[in-house]
Design a protein around this ligand. Structure first.
Ligand code: URA
Ligand code: CA
Length: 433
């Protein structure tokens, strides 16, 4: 087989065989196929697309390019949730203990944050003592006993995707549905998921800016999942404004605890219930989404979700008593209110910009080596659609530096107050096929 023939075949709009796709991925991973040929093929795929069989073959070839996590010693259907990324996205912190409380095993491999979107591990490390440096054996044991554990990234997962994603980034080929869908799905499958629930974000804070693009990506991923034997569902959710009220590591843990107590923000709670219901159904613990939602409601009302969170933290050496007393979480030195400059209705809170403001306070990393400040961040008091009077507080800034004029200016620029406006739709669509 020759790479140049594969490139020409795709350039001319023909479908590649599984063998050709495997030849490309294996050769590219081990260095036999150079970047210039790989980028040429990526561009051909960008223009000519791939059919369902090609997408499934590409996904599995990338899965098999490196280690695959074996979770077969964990009882039950391992369901993983993936979000395409957002600002102040506290869902994983709430979902993991919540669905575990109704019996769905959550064996989560997680990463740290980079840029203005936070990482689940960073957030959890706000809890004194908590860590994710556990052995794979311990991880499996904890999930079997307590239904939930989180481990840091281990193994050499999907090296083909790492290499190809880096190449796409500099060759104008990131924005291709077959390439994005196979990239995301390969990582979930290599991490051991039997079933996958996807939260595809749309809006200015998201990778996919329009609902149409988000829907196309969601359909593509759901089809790949189901074609390779992983039950997969997706929702399309809004990421125009930040999710929930808290943005920042410790602040989001506090928000997660409040949500597990049934006192969380409306949008975060609704998103958690929607995604959680899907996880419970694909995890085989309920027959339909209504039954699943009722199970989750009961777990919040009877306190079992919160107790599962406490046990989970303690199992990984964290101070579980934070669930009774959130003031044990790291606190920033200064709390400053950002006041509205005019009266009206909030019509826009640009998620990306608010994420950048939070990073300026020290809540996020600019490079992989940066230290982050777990205590700082933002707490929104108003969301899109809310009325506000001039002089009323829009949000509280938690900082360890006194001088935050640049952060205040950035935030005022990213919040729009007009005469009238409505709250956005949070869940645009549910995609099961
Ligand atoms: N996120 C990924 O993991 N892969 C892509 O290709 C795009 C976004
Ligand atoms: Ca939040």
């Amino acid at each position: 087989m020759r790479m140049v023939d594969i490139i020409e075949k795709k350039r001319d709009g023909q479908a590649l065989t599984q063998e050709e796709i495997e030849f490309f991925i294996t050769g590219y991973t081990n260095g036999d196929i150079p970047d210039y040929q790989a980028s040429s093929l990526a561009m051909a795929i960008y223009f000519q697309d791939m059919n369902d069989d090609e997408r499934a073959a590409l996904t599995m070839a990338m899965v098999n390019s490196g280690d695959v996590i074996d979770l077969s010693n964990i009882n039950g259907i391992k369901v993983d949730k993936h979000s395409t990324g957002g600002v102040g996205d506290t869902t994983t912190l709430v979902l993991a203990p919540l669905v575990a409380a109704v019996g769905v095993p959550v064996a989560k491999m997680s990463g740290r944050g980079l840029g203005h979107t936070g990482g689940t591990i960073d957030k959890l490390e706000s809890v004194e003592g908590f860590h994710v440096e556990i052995t794979e054996d311990k991880f499996v044991q904890l999930v079997n006993e307590a239904k939930v554990a989180v481990i840091g990234q281990t193994g050499n997962l999907t090296p083909a995707d790492k290499k190809l994603y880096g190449l796409r980034d500099v060759t104008g080929t990131v924005n291709s549905i077959p390439l994005i869908a196979s990239s995301i799905m390969s990582k979930k499958i290599a991490a051991g998921a039997d079933a996958i629930v996807l939260d595809v974000k749309t809006g200015n804070g998201a990778f996919m800016k329009t609902i149409e693009d988000a829907e196309a990506l969601a359909h593509a991923m759901v089809r790949i999942g189901n074609n390779v034997g992983r039950n997969t569902m997706a929702i399309i959710s809004d990421m125009g404004q930040p999710l929930g009220n808290a943005i920042g590591n410790a602040l989001e843990v506090k928000e997660a605890i409040e949500t597990l107590q049934g006192k969380g923000p409306e949008d975060l709670t609704e998103l958690v219930m929607t995604l959680g219901s899907q996880m419970v159904v694909v995890g085989g613990k309920a027959n339909d989404l209504d039954e699943a939602r009722n199970l989750l409601k009961r777990a919040i009302e009877n306190g079992s979700a919160l107790e599962t969170f406490r046990t989970f933290l303690e199992n990984q050496d964290g101070d579980g008593s934070v669930v009774d007393d959130v003031s044990k979480l790291p606190q920033a030195k200064y709390q400053t209110e950002l006041l509205a400059e005019s009266s009206g209705v909030i019509t826009e809170i640009i998620a990306n910009e608010v994420g950048v403001a939070s990073m300026m306070l020290g809540a996020g990393r600019q490079t992989k080596e940066d230290d982050i400040d777990l205590s700082v961040g933002l707490e929104l008091h108003k969301k899109v659609g809310d009325k506000v009077n001039a002089g009323e507080s829009l949000l509280t800034i938690h900082s360890n530096q006194e001088q935050i004029d640049d952060v205040k200016a950035k935030l005022l620029q990213s919040i729009t107050i007009s005469e009238s406006g409505d709250a956005p739709t949070l869940i645009h669509k549910i995609i099961t096929e």
